[in-house]
Design a protein. Sequence first.
Length: 188
Amino acid sequence: MIDWKAEPAGVSDPGYNLENGGLVRPRRRLNIEIVAKHGHLRRLQVVWEKHPVYFITVCVADRRPLLANDAAANILREEWKGLRERHGWTVGKYVVMPDHVHFFVTAERSAAKSLSETIGHWKQWSAKRILGIQNLAAPLWQPEFFDHLLRSDESRSEKWSYAQHNPVRAGLVATCDEWPYLGWIDFE
């Protein structure tokens, strides 16, 4: 939410300029305060694409390295597969890093739940299962997630290239083909 607070300029205000010995048109000073509920920009309320694809990033609380293991990765895959039936969203390519995940999602049908509700439930279900097998205390995930609406196939391939090379940049493997925690669920 943007809160515009305009203060009218007065004669003694710096909003009035004296040029060539006379008064020149006043300028208004605007004190602009950007207020966001959670410290970031709000999600788009309306998207005109029929089947928009989003690039999602979700981080582990305190960036703890809890995810890059077979048990956690299997749970994440199972919960992504459940999104279609539970919420009407399909999951494309994904990368599981030790402390965060990247994945693509799109609504399969027009009656799909909202993106925020869908990711919120996915985080809740996956957290209960992962924390349970690792015998850890909550929370697993940071409160928010990052989403990027993809506008073209080129944008999708750029995001995928970035995501699949994350393990290489982090020094976990020499090539992205060596990383065992990437793949796709419903679409490539």
